[in-house]
Design a protein around this ligand. Structure first.
Ligand code: GDP
Length: 688
């Protein structure tokens, strides 16, 4: 549909000249001969001139659109006259712009202001271009790189992502491989392997780590070690090996559940005197599930009761066939006490590492993983980080989870200071804004502002995650339905070995054309923290039978967002699993009431949206939530809060007793005095 500009001028109490001037300035096409314009552009002009004419007062200034109009208006005044005749071709238009650069490398997000400063393109023109693309933005608006690329192409500026930077999304998701990116093969060099020691309690893990450290440590100022920094490096045959100094599969799986990968090889310590124990089996399952190769250290061979062959036979039962018996698992007999066999063990580690062909690019900005953190009285928040790729240098600006900072100090476990840390090096770093979490990814960024932005994104995301507890069962059912999940992984904890066998047999009989059930770990006994971490790390469900879920684990279950179900009847367990597989677990929709707000002022009304000032009387409001519109106590319509703004800042949530501006859309326009009842709907699983 078209609108006559003359009619529009009358409607807006404006003039044809003023309207065509705005059309030209914003580079909107129109029929000059017949003075006609498309209705959607007419609407934009209406918004534009409507607001210009009406009183853009202080309150409205709190609302983003008004703010952005102020900017457009003031910029327009500045540029008016200079380029009054710009309704010809876009090419000519672009040619007259004071573009300083035609190429720019940026991170994941950039503000309009920064984009303008860095490219030399007037901010108002960027805002105008964004408007043409249906994006209402102010000068401080953060644009994602995709949007910015499209917009800036209009001005002949080509944007490129900095190739050594992961996106904030990758960062939030702790997607290490995406952050580390693909390096040119020519830049890659061999990096030291990273080792985790696992095994049953008292089988000698700590002793083994101590013995290796004291005999082979790099920069051996061992006397100076006072603080546990969680990892060290040793040298063997001129090659380095990195050991994680927190033994056990618990820490390993906890790290994995957070998406971090900092183990190349697992050393499974088994006492030659005691043989395979429940934790030995657990450790095997955890390493296998992670796809990490295992080297077995058959320890305590100095003891008279030692029987390495018996241990090897037991291990073979759990799928670890010794090489000497034709299998593919390297097993080394050692004594952590006397040091016997340790050299061979280190040689074997180097051998396996060589086969793994571990590479990294030392000449890029560093990416690392936090393995330990604490608050140091002298240095403040410190973290031990293992460098996954790149080289970390003193003075680098980093983001680490929701912390950021500049590397002030780097040192190894013996407090030797480092100026730079190449791949696989563990270093304690200081200079962070706060303590990050174990498993957090470190990334070097170009400047502190970007690092702070990343950290803020992560903090907001973590906060949101706490608010919206996981609906993972629904996700799982959905994944099965869509064929995305072909293996339903199960961790099974039972009261006795007998009930485990019975359930295992029944589960094996559950047939599904596309989905296979795989028990990745099982055990007799109550559900433990490490079971939860494993379920999370492996996308598995955790099923218990006649066991207990200790109350203190509830927080972990929520944090990890895993599905844990405990049964008293085998039939129920099997039936639920069947239902899950057949996609019968359709979710129930539950309404969650959020809060109430009163409409204090209507600032702006567009065809589909309104900008409204609210006073929140109780509860909370959330960006994107639904609202019932109440007028004189009656529900008169339904709507949604598109954006939520406090003063001049977009927020995701607002608490009671606050005033705010919202962008509203709904079945009915709101009026002053209306009450908005905010709510959201959640999917909840009926059974299982
Ligand atoms: P972890 O719980 O697996 O870390 O076991 P530890 O390293 O604390 O060792 C448990 C006990 O076994 C300690 O008293 C060690 O001194 C002892 N131990 C460790 N390795 C050996 C070994 O090779 N031979 C002997 N005889 N004792 C050992």
């Amino acid at each position: 549909m078209v609108v006559n500009i003359k009619d529009l001028a009358v409607k807006l109490d404006s003039s044809v000249e003023e309207i065509t001037k705005v059309l030209n300035e914003l580079d909107f096409g129109y029929d000059k001969e017949n003075l006609q314009v498309d209705d959607d552009i007419a609407e934009l002009i209406e918004d534009e001139l409507g607001t210009t004419k009406s009183d853009v007062d202080v309150v409205a200034g709190k609302v983003e659109e008004s703010l952005e109009r102020e900017i457009v208006k003031s910029q327009r005044k500045k540029t008016a006259g200079k380029d009054s005749n710009k309704n010809q071709s876009k090419a000519k238009d672009v040619a007259t712009l004071p573009t300083k650069v035609d190429k720019l490398e940026i991170g994941d997000v950039i503000s309009v202001k920064e984009l303008a400063e860095k490219t030399g393109v007037n901010a108002a023109r960027i805002i105008g271009e964004l408007m043409k693309n249906g994006i209402i933005a102010n000068i401080n608006q953060q644009l994602d790189i995709e949007t910015a690329t499209v917009i800036m192409a209009e001005f002949g500026v080509e944007l490129k992502r900095m190739n050594t930077t992961g996106t904030t999304d990758d960062f939030i998701e702790q997607n290490l491989s995406a952050i580390a990116g693909d390096d040119d093969v020519a830049d890659l060099i061999t990096r030291p392997p990273i080792i985790t020691v696992m095994g049953h309690v008292d089988h000698g893990k700590t002793k083994l780590l101590d013995t290796i450290r004291s005999a082979n440590v790099v920069d051996g100022e061992s006397g100076g070690i006072t603080q546990h920094i969680g990892a060290y490096q040793v040298e063997k045959n001129g090659k380095l090996i990195t050991f994680l100094d927190t033994p056990g599969h618990e820490a390993f799986t906890e790290m994995r559940s957070r998406g971090a990968k900092v183990t190349d090889i697992a050393i499974l310590v088994v006492s030659a005197a005691e043989g395979v124990k429940p934790t030995t089996i657990e450790a095997i399952n955890h390493a296998k599930e992670a796809g990490v190769p295992i080297i077995v250290a058959v320890n305590k061979i100095d003891l008279p009761a030692a029987n390495p062959d018996k241990v090897k036979a037991e291990l073979a039962e759990y799928g670890l066939q010794p090489e000497e018996w034709g299998g593919d698992t390297i097993m080394v007999s050692v004594s952590a006490l006397t040091g016997e066999g340790i050299d061979t063990l280190l040689d074997m580690i180097l051998l396996v590492a060589e086969v793994q062909n571990l590479k990294a690019n030392p000449s890029r900005k560093a990416v690392g993983t936090v393995i330990e953190t604490h608050l140091d009285p002298g240095f403040g928040p410190v973290a031990t980080v293992i460098i996954n790729t790149g080289t970390l240098n003193i003075g680098d600006t980093v983001v680490v989870g929701d912390a950021y900072g500049k590397i002030k100090v780097m040192m190894n476990h013996a407090k030797k200071k480092y100026k730079n840390a190449p791949p696989s090096t563990p270093v304690l770093i200081a200079g962070l804004s706060k303590s990050p979490q174990t498993g957090d990814i470190l990334q070097v960024l170009e400047d502190e502002k970007t690092a702070r932005d990343y950290a803020l994104h992560v903090a907001t995301f973590r906060n949101d995650q706490r608010i919206t507890s996981a609906t993972t069962m629904v996700d799982l059912a959905q994944k099965i339905k869509t064929g995305e999940m072909q293996v339903l992984k199960v961790i099974l904890k039972t009261d006795t070995k007998g009930s485990f066998e019975a359930i295992k047999q029944s589960l094996e009989k559950v047939h599904h054309d596309e989905v296979m059930i795989k028990i990745i770990h099982s055990g007799v006994g109550n559900i433990k923290e490490s079971d939860i971490a494993m379920a999370s790390a492996s996308d598995a469900i955790l099923l218990g039978f006649h066991v207990e879920i200790p109350q203190q684990l509830e927080k972990s279950i929520e944090r990890y967002g895993v599905i844990v179900k405990n049964y008293k009847i085998i039939y129920d367990l099997i039936e639920d699993t069947k239902k899950l597989l057949s996609g019968l677990l359709t979710p129930e929709i539950v309404v969650v009431e959020l809060g109430k707000a009163e409409v204090r002022q209507v600032f702006l009304t567009k065809k589909k949206e309104m900008i409204v000032g609210l006073k929140l009387t109780n509860g909370i409001l959330q960006k994107g939530c639904k609202v019932r519109v109440l007028r004189k106590g009656e529900v008169v319509g339904e709507g949604r809060i598109i954006t939520l703004q406090r003063i001049d800042k977009q927020v995701d949530e607002m608490k009671a007793e606050n005033e705010c501006g919202i962008k509203y859309t709904g079945s009915i326009p709101v009026e002053e005095g209306d009450i908005l009842e905010a709510y959201k709907t959640e999917e909840r699983q009926k059974t299982l």
